[in-house]
Design a protein around this ligand. Structure first.
Ligand code: PGA
Length: 243
């Protein structure tokens, strides 16, 4: 694993954008795996700037998001589709045929997750997967206990995760109870993984993920086995790694 320590999340976003842009310059038709959440917003804004200034050309890339709530329509303000549209697709001029997210309104969630996994394979697999990490070690919506061999699947969200995400909804009752997520093995199959970790509230889980054992209790710990992992962590998140 290559650890890049940055002073602030803003500096981390710039570094992460450099890595994503290098990937796209080397392979213009790159297949990117992308996260939602607070962590990647700075990266997406750096990428939008780079596209606007014609520093990079996104016209051939394909993107696959990690996850989506089941039961929310694309246009729901809280859907991950809306998040991506607002934070990346519109600002980078991505066409609808370039972007992929499991459909939260698919009539049969099981059929949808299998089709999504097949679409990733059909695109040639993920060249670069960008990831955040949840406070309990989840990656995508793969909660503690998830089978490390899992592929894209339907999950029942834990109370913990629904509470963490309730800040975006009017009340926790509105947070969907189910979601669709790439599996841990889907993520590990990416050629390169770029994990972004910012803030003191991630220091313990980051330490456990890389200094602790590989364990079902911390899904991010399975990243230890990945041959090409880059971690960008700010000083607040990385303190315990250096202690
Ligand atoms: P965050 O979420 O980026 O909003 O901290 C990360 C995650 O839960 O994967």
């Amino acid at each position: 694993m290559k650890l890049i320590n940055v002073a602030t999340p803003e500096e981390g976003a710039v570094k992460a954008a450099e890595i994503v842009i290098k990937q796209i310059k080397e392979k213009p038709a790159s297949v990117l795996g992308l996260p939602t959440g607070g962590t990647p917003i700075g990266l997406y804004s750096e990428l939008a700037k780079a596209v606007k200034s014609k520093h990079v050309d996104f016209s051939q890339i394909q993107t696959f998001n990690l996850d989506e709530y089941y039961g929310l329509s694309k246009d729901d303000p809280q859907s991950y589709y809306t998040f991506m549209n607002v934070n990346l697709y519109a600002s980078c001029g991505l066409r609808s045929d370039q972007t992929h997210i499991p459909s939260g309104t698919a009539p049969d969630a099981e059929v949808e997750v299998n089709a999504y996994e097949a679409a990733i394979a059909q695109a040639g697999g993920l060249d670069l997967q960008v990831l955040g990490i949840g406070g309990n070690g989840h990656i995508g919506f793969n909660e503690p206990g998830t089978d490390p061999k899992s592929r894209t699947h339907v999950v029942t969200l834990t109370r913990n995760t629904r509470e963490a995400n309730a800040r975006f909804f009017t009340s926790i009752d509105e947070v969907p109870t189910r979601a669709m997520t790439m599996g841990i093995q889907t993520i590990l199959d990416a050629k390169v993984i770029l994990l972004l970790v910012f803030g003191a509230n991630k220091a313990d889980i980051l330490f456990d993920a890389f200094k602790g054992p590989v364990s079902l209790n911390n899904p991010a710990s399975f990243l230890q086995n990945h041959p090409h992992l880059i971690v960008i962590a700010d000083t607040a998140a990385a303190t315990r790694l250096y202690a």
